[in-house]
Design a protein around this ligand. Structure first.
Ligand SMILES: Cc1cc2nc3c(=O)[nH]c(=O)nc-3n(C[C@H](O)[C@H](O)[C@H](O)COP(=O)(O)OP(=O)(O)OC[C@H]3O[C@@H](n4cnc5c(N)ncnc54)[C@H](O)[C@@H]3O)c2cc1C
Length: 498
């Protein structure tokens, strides 16, 4: 049995800890903040609101189920899931809202009503997307991405053209649909993955399958319940979580990590999982000679957006607002350029509103609404209180107009969160929210490597390495890193035995 230190308690850290402790190791998770969950922490206010601070879209339910089943449980042992219908609303302008139905036949009918012939095209599009999703989940995402040979099995080689790794998502969507509303609906998930649709491989239409075919779910009580459930699994197997535990240094001797310096005290370990932001671990916890990448490397990478968020409590109910609403009433391409090509605060932003109190009475006091506003922005932007407030009113003007309700006069909680908070709270590089963008040049073996080249028992996990950003990929990433470290520890134990 080895003693393992995990830096960070986001989804990837908890996942890695669960697998390693179930394998019989003694696992300690060190989290600098006072609660676990990382970007998926919850904010609980004194006046009764429970805000999910980060993720709100529960897509790919099978990945969560697989995690719990790996330990002999089901998701339902820890939290209840609700299928949302409509899945979400998209606001294109005044009295111009698309309610995206959960049911696929109804979705086809909606497509047909917008563009003649598009229902059949949607079915074809989804058949391809389903192939990519299933191949992705079965053959791609659980690979460590250390070498091209991992991808050399016949199923993948036969399918390489169908996977459309080398063609653009933007062109792919336009070869099926012409109507701007349908294009916007199909392109929104890849913007979510953090890249211009032109720069994203068509492979990622698998996200349309995940979002529009497999359903948008909601874990009752919020994403915090998912964090709690996964942490309970890890704890049952003996993982110990240490809160307010800031890791300051990884001590290395002769190519092996020996200990972590935590709040000034050295803790000895046989293996390390670095589940904090990759760039932070390399640039702050390791000396230059032991880093996989230098500053120039990170500077050249395309990062997924940061965002401006507002958590708002409202002391009345707001009719006409769904659980998820995307405000696409401005031009998507213009905002995307301001995020990715010419980083600046957007002139006419798109934004997203989440109102989980529509589906869950535990997240706000009775008769109140819990509202989360999110506007994607380029990472690294100058972030000031005045700027945050300016965009608060831009978003609120549009939300109030859309719902026909005065909201600002009824607020009994308001908190902003932006670039500077991501840096302070998570040691996030340039305040990025979702890690690295899923561009072709940053996919699979081209992502930052899960293994440290100079320190044999140090493995990275999380949204900056394989397989990528998002909660399901982070859970998978933890499993991959745990397997790699276990393999390494077993090989050493074998060497010692012979
Ligand atoms: C606003 C927002 C909305 C999102 N929406 C969605 C969504 O709807 N659906 C979805 O699937 N995904 C969404 N995501 C993405 C998803 O939340 C992340 O990809 C995922 O949670 C990342 O997990 P992680 O383990 O890689 O990192 P993190 O959650 O960031 O965990 C890293 C942890 O390491 C800790 N740490 C850092 N440095 C140290 C140190 N020196 N010592 C000790 N601890 C340290 C941090 O405090 C943090 O807790 C969203 C993200 C954000 C920010």
């Amino acid at each position: 049995m080895a003693r393992i230190g995990v830096i960070g308690s986001g989804f990837s850290g908890i996942s890695a800890a669960a697998y390693l402790s179930a394998a019989g190791h003694e696992v300690h998770v060190f989290e600098k903040n006072s609660t676990i969950g990382g970007r998926a922490r919850q904010l609980k206010t004194d006046n009764g609101y429970v805000f999910d601070m980060g993720p709100s879209w529960y897509w790919m339910p099978g990945v969560f189920e697989k995690f719990f089943q790996d330990f002999g449980y089901n998701v339902s042992d820890f939290y209840a899931l609700k299928l949302l219908d409509p899945s979400f609303d998209v606001v294109f302008g005044e009295k111009n809202t698309m309610h995206v139905p959960e049911n696929f036949e109804k979705l086809c009918a909606m497509f047909e009503s917008i563009e003649l012939g598009s229902a059949e095209k949607l079915k074809l599009f989804m058949q391809e997307a389903e192939y990519k999703y299933k191949t992705g989940i079965d053959n791609l995402v659980y690979k460590p991405g250390l070498s091209l040979t991992e991808f050399a099995d016949m199923e993948l080689i036969r399918g390489v053209f169908r996977l459309q790794v080398f063609s653009s998502f933007s062109k792919h969507v336009r070869s099926f649909f012409q109507h701007p509303k349908l294009i916007a609906l199909m392109e929104f998930p890849v913007l979510f993955l953090g890249a211009m649709p032109q720069d994203t491989p068509a492979l990622y239409s698998l996200m349309n399958y995940a979002g529009l075919k497999l359903g948008t779910w909601y874990p009752e009580g919020g994403f915090g319940k998912v964090v709690e459930g996964m942490a309970a699994v890890a704890s049952k197997h003996g993982t110990v979580f240490h809160l307010n535990a800031n890791v300051q240094k990884i001590e290395v001797e002769e190519g092996e990590a020996k200990s972590l310096l935590v709040n000034g005290v050295a803790e000895h370990f046989d293996g390390i999982i670095a589940a904090a932001d990759y760039h932070h671990v390399e640039s702050k916890l390791l000396p230059v000679a032991l880093r996989n990448y230098d500053e120039k490397y990170w500077d050249k990478k395309t990062f997924a957006p940061s965002c401006l968020i507002y958590y708002i409590g409202v002391k009345k109910k707001i009719d006409g607002l769904q659980h998820h609403t995307l405000f696409f009433d401005e031009l998507l391409d213009e905002h995307a350029v301001e995020i990715y090509k010419q980083p600046q605060w957007p002139a006419k932003p798109l934004f997203y509103v989440c109102c989980p109190s529509k589906s869950d009475e535990t997240v706000a006091p009775a008769g109140h609404e819990n509202i989360f506003l999110l506007m994607p922005i380029a990472p690294g932007l100058e972030d000031s209180e005045a700027m945050r407030e300016k965009y608060f009113h831009i978003m609120m003007d549009r939300l109030e107009k859309q719902t026909g309700e005065t909201i600002r006069d009824y607020m009994d909680y308001k908190k902003s969160y932006c670039v500077a908070d991501f840096i302070t709270d998570y040691n996030s590089y340039k305040g990025n929210a979702y890690g690295l963008a899923n561009t072709l040049m940053q996919t699979a073996i081209l992502k930052p490597k899960i293994k440290n080249k100079a320190v044999s028992n140090l493995f990275y996990t999380g949204q900056l390495t394989v397989p990528g950003p998002g909660v399901p990929p982070s859970i998978i990433s933890g499993k991959i890193a745990a397997e790699q470290l276990s393999k390494h520890l077993n090989a050493i134990a074998h060497e010692i035995a012979i």
